[in-house]
Design a binder for this molecule. Structure first.
Ligand code: 5AD
Ligand code: FES
Length: 348
């Protein structure tokens, strides 16, 4: 086996065997990584030009009934400050985002029972009524099929649910027994069947992760064919059981972004906040490795700091307007442009 042949295979067939992916991730050298990066960037440029899509992230609740070992919002974290946004507060976030060019609003939160189907459908309908030209993306964790059907009917266009890790044994090392990796993966197929543009994804360098786990993540994405894929490095949070675990690597995250782009040319791929948190130019590097989306924060200033899933999260002190100005500048500096567009998934 040799890395250059595997990169060539990824470019021409958009896939590779599991053992080839493991070999690539474990043996790639600096100059080979630069070749991989260039190929991934070229693929993204062919698909999207130098256009970067933006998604306005509205973090609607820091309350969560789950107890994931890695997440600062886990139920057991007594130090977490809990808040929930009302429909009016959420609409105000959209009102602030629309004139800044946002045409996608992502409502993300912990699994918070306050947001029943009735409450949530009402919020989705209100946003779609006020902003019919915008896409609404939900990222609310696991909900039942019927709930997801109702939300879709209410107008939700997209749903983000990271699978976190495709390996069910590894999943069990990151979550309490009440949670199931098999159920989560199944739910992603359900979301697709219900007509959501669906986002999956995983953490890079999460505790106990092996290279084989990452190969399985890549192959799961390839099989599921999601419209979006969110990946970012694991970052420890001081009030979780994983506080002393090492952070996920920058280079490994960038390599995986590039491989995902080559395996899934048209997938919408964000340069995540977590990537921007572990390196000051992390998001720019993500774009140069094939990412094509950024997700600035539209959450109300007074709650920004309280949506702390990991330590040292960037942009918690900035207004949405400042963030978009900063990001436009950063994207322009590397030859890219933020666009005002829903940025729907397109195959080709
Ligand atoms: N470090 C990095 N990413 C995290 N997430 C949750 N906790 C952490 C952490 N400590 C990610 C998960 C989740 C998404 C919203 O944030 O992948 O799906
Ligand atoms: Fe938020 Fe730079 S993107 S301050």
């Amino acid at each position: 086996m040799n890395v250059l042949d595997i990169i060539e295979k990824l470019k021409t067939t958009q896939t590779a065997e599991r053992d080839e992916l493991v070999f690539l991730l474990e043996n790639i050298t600096g100059s080979e990584r630069e070749m991989l990066r260039k190929a991934a960037q070229a693929t993204a440029l062919r698909q999207f030009g130098n256009k970067i899509y933006i998604r306005g992230l509205i973090e609607l609740s820091s309350v969560c009934k789950n107890d994931c070992f890695y997440c600062g919002l886990r139920r057991s974290n007594q130090n977490a400050v809990r808040y929930r946004l009302t429909k009016e507060q959420i609409l105000s976030c959209c009102d602030a985002g629309y004139p800044l060019g946002f045409r996608t609003f992502v409502l993300q939160g912990g699994e918070d029972g306050y947001y029943t189907d009735e409450v949530m459908c009402d919020i989705v309908r209100a946003i779609k009524e006020r902003y019919p030209d915008c896409a609404v993306t939900l990222s609310l964790g696991e909900r039942g099929e019927n709930s997801l059907r109702l939300l879709r009917k209410a107008g939700a266009d997209r749903y983000l649910l990271r699978h976190e890790t495709a390996d069910e044994a590894h999943y069990a090392m990151l979550h309490p027994e009440s949670m199931s990796g098999a159920r989560r993966k199944q739910l992603l197929y359900t979301l697709k069947r219900l007509g959501y543009q669906t986002g999956a994804g995983f953490m890079v360098g999460s505790p106990f992760q092996t290279t084989a786990n990452l190969a399985d993540d890549l192959l799961f994405i390839k099989a599921l064919q999601p419209q979006m894929c969110g990946i970012g490095p694991f970052i420890p949070h001081k009030d979780t059981p994983f506080r002393d675990m090492p952070q996920g690597g920058l280079t490994l995250t960038l390599t995986l972004l590039a491989v995902i782009r080559l395996m899934n040319p048209s997938v919408l791929l964000p340069a995540t906040t977590a990537l921007g948190t572990i390196h000051p130019d992390g998001r720019e590097m993500g774009i140069l490795h094939g990412a094509n989306v950024v997700m600035p924060n539209l959450s109300p200033q007074e709650h920004r700091r309280d949506y702390a899933i990991y330590d040292n999260k960037i942009c918690t002190g900035d207004e949405a307007a400042e963030c978009i100005k900063c990001l436009s500048g950063r994207m322009n500096a590397i030859g890219y442009q933020i666009v005002t567009d829903r940025g729907d998934f397109r195959t080709q």
